[in-house]
Every structure is written in C-alpha cells, then in structure tokens.
Design a protein around this ligand. Structure first.
Ligand SMILES: [Mn+2]
Length: 424
C-alpha cells in the first residue's frame, strides 16, 4: 500500500469516527456499448472510490470496518483479459483480496449498519442516513488537496497550458472548430496528458453562446469570438480552463468591450478568493460587476442592485461562478449541510455553496453570452420589459459569448492562480 493512500485513508477514518458501522465503496462496472462487438465505454471509476483506492480498474470495492480496518476486493484478472487487453496478473495481499472473499467478509458482519459509497450496490441493503453522513464527511476530507493530488493537478495544468498556447497560435479566420480541438488536444497528449478531462468545448461565433458546445466543422469567421473550455487529465486529475480568443487576434469593437467586462469581473473575483470567502457571496458580487458592465454597455437599464435581485444579469450570465476541480471536473463540489439550492434563476446553477479553505482548488469562470434560447423567450421579454434594452439585444444575438476561467489553489494568504501562464 502506498504511503499516501495509507495516510489518506487514516484521515478519512478519523473524520468518520465510526465504532460499529461498515463502509463499502464500489468503483463501478464496465458498461458495454449497445450492439455488442466487444466494445466497452471508457471506464471512469467513481471519484469516491478513486480517492480511496487510486486506480481505475473496474469492478473493485474498498471496504472499511472500524474494528479491522481497510480491505480492497478485486476481481481476479482472467486469462482472456491478459490475452486481449494485456492486464497484468495480480499479487494478492492482506490489504487486497479476491472478490470471491467479499461475501464471507460481509456475512461475518451481517448485523451491522452499512454505508454504501461510490457506485450503488443493489444487492446490499444499506442505511441511507448513514451513507449520507459518511459521504459528507468524506467530501470534507477530499476538498483540501493533499500533496499527491496537487502535484497531479499541476502536471495537468502544464499540459493544458501547452494546449492553449498552441490553440491561440493556430486560431485564424478559415480554420474549423474541429481543427482547433485537434491542435489543442494533440498538445495535451504531447505534454503527458492521459486524455482530455472532459469533452473539449470549442465554440466560434454564435456557437460560443452554447455553454457546452461540441466542436463542429464550423469555420472561424473574420470577426468571430472563439471560446475554448478544456483541460488535460493526468492520473485522474484534470485542469478546467476557458479562454476566449478573437479570430483576428485582438479584442475589437463591441466584442472587445464585452471581453473586457468579463475579464475585469474575473480578475476582481480571483483577487477575492481566500480562506473563509463564501463562494455564494463571491458569485453575487461578480453578478453585480457584470450587471454594472451591462448597464455601461446599454444592455441593461436601471439600478444595479435591483437588477441583480431580479436576476436580470442572469439572462446573460446564466451559470455559477465556478466549482471545485481536480479529481474529475467537479471534484467534491456541493453545498454545506443544511444549505439548499436556491430556486432563483440567478443562483440555481451555483455548483458550490461553501466557504473556501486552504488547499481547495476552485475554478473562477464568469461569462457573458447572447443566448437566443433565453433572449428570444416571450415570457422573459415581458418580465424584463423595463430592465433590458431589447432592441439593442436584437442587434447582438449573433455575437456569441465570452467566458474566462482560471483554476486557483487557495493558500493561507489568498490564492495561487495555477493557470496564470495562459494569457488572457
Ligand atoms: Mn469549469
């Protein structure tokens, strides 16, 4: 067992503080592609499991008994898997047992309450309240990154920096979104990336207003904005960066003003990230900055506080300011216990509601977009008749959008911007 895993598990066990209860954490199973042909979807282990076992083999589980400690159960490697996939044979030990022994292990503890983390184990009866309690405690341990995690995030960031550098040089009128994606991801791989950490987003022109746009054959036009949201993944850990580029290189005209509005709000928000800062407050403060800029751009009209209270800004900034990132693209995000997701349009998409703390890695990613699905909606036009300059909006529906996203490591004094090497 690696030292860092022993230490990690010890921190988790301490936080759980269990006496009699049992915790099972399953990593999940391979899922076949419908239609046969021996194809499987790429296996991504459940992040709770990955954190506790740190590998990406399917069909395994980690079990914890406060009286006897941790044990991992793995399916034996079959001859066919050695032949077809080259999986190495496995050395069993005290800490890693064949899956065939799991039923016996559980039967010896049959009267005790069970928490089921990771993938749901349908044949095991578990205690939902206990599961929620241990899940929350694990989440809190996972949020501050340990040294191994931080090193992997930094490596993922380095590969991501290389990809964005190449993309920014490559973008010009006439190239396609797909070609940009290929250049970017190729550099991720060349610099040690295992794969993109999530589906790369490249949106040019109006496609930049689709928040999660899949790169298409669309060609970059002369005046287009080009929005790229992507990150390289290394050993399970990913960066998550967004930059918005201009087809001709420099910010110009209204698109340039929009860009500088987002950049200014993003820089202000980054400066405020430090231990104790409530992320929900930061989101609302950024919304305030964005609303003020939209008033300056003659898109919103009225009192800025009032506009934010009415969520008028959210028609142009419809997502949350950020989330935790690292072990997957939404690493240990969520709300503190007792905090509920707001039904307000301007807050409902917030992915984290918690105070930042030392060791957290968080994204800060404000954006302003002209999204026809929101801005041509009759009911919203009526609701915000007095707050939005609709004739002006109608002229701007083909602009697309701007998002700028960095990844910050929260430090005792404030934060370290891990992705600062990518120019913006
Ligand atoms: Mn993000």
């Amino acid at each position: 067992m690696n030292n860092y895993l022993t230490e990690r598990r010890a921190r988790v066990a301490k936080a759980w503080n269990l006496t009699n209860e049992i915790v099972l954490c399953h990593g999940g199973e391979l899922i076949p592609v419908p239609g046969g042909a021996d194809q499987m979807f790429r296996f991504v282990p459940d992040t709770e499991y990955r954190y506790l076992a740190d590998h990406d083999e399917p069909g395994c589980l980690v079990a914890f008994d406060p009286q006897s400690g941790w044990v991992e159960f793995r399916p034996p490697v079959l001859e066919a898997e050695r032949v077809w996939e080259g999986r190495p044979p496995f050395d069993w030990s005290e800490a890693i047992r064949p899956m065939t022994e799991f039923d016996g292990w559980l039967a010896a503890r049959q009267t005790r309450p069970v928490a089921n983390l990771g993938a749901r184990m349908p044949k095991i009866s578990s205690d939902d309240a206990l599961t929620a309690k241990v899940r929350e405690a694990l989440m809190q341990v996972r949020r501050p990154k340990d040294d191994v995690e931080t090193a992997r995030i930094r490596a993922a960031v380095d590969a991501t920096v290389a990809g964005f550098r190449r993309a920014s040089e490559y973008i010009k009128p006439g190239v396609t979104e797909r070609q940009i994606q290929v250049e970017l991801e190729c550099e991720f791989f060349r610099h040690g990336g295992d794969r993109p950490g999530y589906n790369t987003i490249v949106g040019t022109g109006t496609n930049a207003a689709v928040l999660h746009f899949t790169p298409s054959k669309r060609v970059v036009g002369e005046d287009d904005l080009v929005l790229i949201d992507a990150g390289a993944e290394i050993e399970g850990y990913t960066a998550d960066v967004t930059r918005t580029y201009f087809a001709k290189g420099k910010p110009e005209g209204f698109r340039g003003e929009l860009y500088h509005a987002v950049l200014s709000a993003q820089k202000t928000a980054v400066e405020k990230c430090k231990p104790g800062k409530e992320f929900r407050e930061l989101h609302l403060e950024t919304a305030h900055d964005m609303a003020a800029s939209l008033v300056g751009l003659n898109i919103l009209t009225g009192d800025v506080d009032n506009l934010v209270e009415r969520d008028a800004h959210a028609l142009f900034f419809p997502h949350g300011l950020g989330h935790l990132v690292g072990l997957g693209v939404r690493d240990a995000s969520g709300y503190l216990p007792g905090r509920k997701r707001s039904t307000r349009f301007g807050l409902a998409a917030l992915r984290i509601d918690l105070p930042l703390d030392v060791g957290f890695v968080v994204t800060v990613e404000p954006g302003l977009y002209f999204i026809p699905a929101l801005l041509t909606d009759k009911r919203r036009r009526e609701q915000y008749r007095d707050a939005i300059n609709w004739p002006r909006v109608d002229e701007l529906l083909d602009i697309g959008g701007v998002r700028i996203e960095d990844n910050l490591l929260i430090t005792p004094d404030g934060n370290e911007n891990l992705t600062v090497a990518i120019p913006k």
